[in-house]
Design a protein around this ligand. Structure first.
Ligand code: OGA
Ligand code: NI
Length: 351
């Protein structure tokens, strides 16, 4: 057996099992009712809202089809991502991220203090993006993050920008459906995203000699509001099923996007919709690519359960927190191995 660097090795209990799980996977939801505005069909929208609500409650994860994002754009972007990662390490390091500007190329990310078997390239939606200088709540200073300009492939950055516009449109539509499913106004969440700190990530998971010891990305919950993930046809994403805590693989579906509600929606919904743990396994044969879009509010957004949902029977479960402070705190801890657990929303949970 070939061994990997111990930095990548997961504790026994977190290693993947690769057993074939026959039981039901995450729901698949057809979004076509929201794209036929010429013939509005309120009952189809109602049914869709119900489906979304159940998926958020029961799984925290679902796949969407007929989402309005052109397949050809996604395919051109996936091809550009392959070309980018196929460059030499030296070329990729020309757009490397650092402790000041966390955008760009990186191959040493840690999730829960174990190194991930992957390389990534991150780009912000807003260039520049305003964020707090540090996670100290008494320090009001802000800084700007900006994007690197990868030289190769030459059209990479322009393609990413085109794709990001589609991701934003889809993300806002999904948030409206989620808002309606919670019984609040469709546009309830829009204001939080004015100065959004969203970013897109390109993941490449190389073949791994010890896929039973390492993970492409270790178990985690996404910290933002919503994630829209495009995965290729290799497979590897696993979701922790709420009913029995089993790790369930998400079968690749051509031209579908995988959506998960993240920590902020958990807080907004006062735990009605929980952010669910997920991870990505690797294999000995095939490299795998994925492109998550992390939809995050502005740094200044104060995150707390929606007032409309709070009452005597359902008291607020969280203390308010500033998204930007949380984001920066989390980001710094992902840079290196640390001795303490990184910041999680349950740290804001009221007794
Ligand atoms: C992530 C993530 C899963 C995947 O980057 O947060 O969960 O399949 N990725 O790449
Ligand atoms: Ni994730």
């Amino acid at each position: 057996m070939v061994e990997v660097d111990p930095a990548f090795v997961q504790e026994q209990e977190h290693r993947p099992k690769f057993s074939i799980i026959e039981a039901k996977g995450i729901p698949e939801i057809d979004l076509s009712p929201i794209f036929h505005h010429d013939v509005p069909n309120p009952s189809a929208i109602d049914a869709l809202v119900k489906e979304i609500g159940s998926a958020c409650k029961e799984w925290g994860f679902f796949q969407v089809t007929n989402h309005g994002v052109p397949l050809s754009l996604r395919q051109r972007l996936e091809e550009a991502s392959r070309l980018f990662f196929a460059q030499s390490l030296e070329e990729k390091k020309k757009v490397a991220r650092d402790e000041i500007n966390p955008t760009g190329y990186y191959d040493t990310e840690h999730t829960k203090n174990v190194r991930d078997w992957k390389e990534v390239f991150d780009l912000l939606v807003k260039d520049p993006t305003l964020v707090p200088l540090n996670s100290d709540e008494h320090d009001d200073r802000v800084i700007q993050w900006s994007n690197p300009s990868p030289q190769y492939p030459s059209h990479f950055r322009a393609l990413i920008e085109e794709y990001i516009k589609e991701m934003e449109k889809l993300a806002f539509k999904l948030l409206e459906l989620i808002a309606l499913s919670l019984g609040v106004e469709a546009k309830r969440f829009e204001e939080f995203f004015k100065d959004q700190t969203s970013f897109i990530r390109f993941n490449r998971y190389p073949p791994c000699p010890s896929p039973h010891l390492a993970l492409g990305v270790g178990r985690h919950k996404d910290a933002g509001a919503l994630t829209i993930l495009a995965q290729d046809d290799v497979g590897g994403l696993e979701v922790k099923r709420k009913t029995d805590q089993e790790w369930v693989p998400v079968k690749p579906t051509q031209d579908a996007y995988i959506i998960n509600v993240c920590d902020i929606i958990q807080v907004w919904s006062n735990d009605a919709y929980e952010s669910v743990e997920h991870r990505a396994t690797v294999n000995t044969e095939k490299e795998r690519f994925s492109i998550p879009f992390f939809f995050n509010p502005g740094h200044d957004a104060e995150i707390k359960p929606l007032e409309e949902l709070i009452n005597k029977q359902n008291p607020s479960k969280y203390m308010p927190y500033k998204w930007g402070k949380f984001f920066v705190h989390r980001l710094h801890s992902n840079f290196k191995k640390q001795d303490v657990e990184n910041l999680q929303i349950y740290h804001y949970k009221l007794p």
